[in-house]
Design a protein around this ligand. Structure first.
Ligand SMILES: [Zn+2]
Length: 176
């Protein structure tokens, strides 16, 4: 399988563009900024997944909002089981080590980032993504540091509901 090994990703064969974007994004989110514990895995996978959404949005595919909406509506994955798996556990609290690479860590993690983007706007969000990678360059970071970073970067906004429902909440949040 493809993996974001340090210095350069490895692929089992020629990757499609989405996979290429994902693994290259990990050079910042996951490799340079390394999770403090495996519970913080969504800081790798949510970001790398969101990088794919951004790429798609900028290159003639659906917008990140459309991807978010399809996931929330339960029609993104081809089968019902996968759509349901999205809500199995909160992205910042995988229940055990076997599930640090499960659907919520990737896709719901990306949905958390989209909620942050909706709250701060596109320009501030772009600055936030760069700033986070810069601040923790070649270091470790955890979820608490990320939420604090977001809050400090936009002190006039309220992120409490996003953390509570999207990052740490059980099940599917009541509102998209
Ligand atoms: Zn990944």
């Amino acid at each position: 399988y493809a993996l974001e090994t340090q210095n350069r990703p490895v692929f089992p064969g020629a990757p499609d563009i989405g996979l290429l974007v994902h693994e290259i994004a990990h050079q910042w989110y996951g490799n340079s900024v390394t999770p403090r514990t495996w519970r913080d895995m969504w800081l790798n996978e949510g970001f790398a997944t969101y990088a794919q959404w951004l790429w798609q949005e900028d290159h003639g595919g659906g917008s990140a909002q459309q991807t978010f909406d399809a996931l929330y509506a339960g029609g993104y994955f081809p089968d019902a089981e996968s759509n349901e798996a999205l809500w199995a556990f909160p992205p910042a609290e995988p229940p055990d080590a076997a599930r640090i690479s499960a659907t919520p860590v990737y896709w719901r993690g990306a949905m958390v980032l989209h909620k942050v983007r909706q709250t701060v706007g596109d320009d501030a969000f772009a600055a936030l993504l760069r700033g986070w990678a810069q601040e923790h360059r070649h270091g470790n970071a955890d979820t608490g540091e990320f939420t604090a970073y977001v809050e400090e970067s936009a002190p006039d906004k309220d992120f409490g509901g996003i953390w509570e429902e999207w990052l740490y909440g059980e099940g599917r949040p009541a509102r998209p």
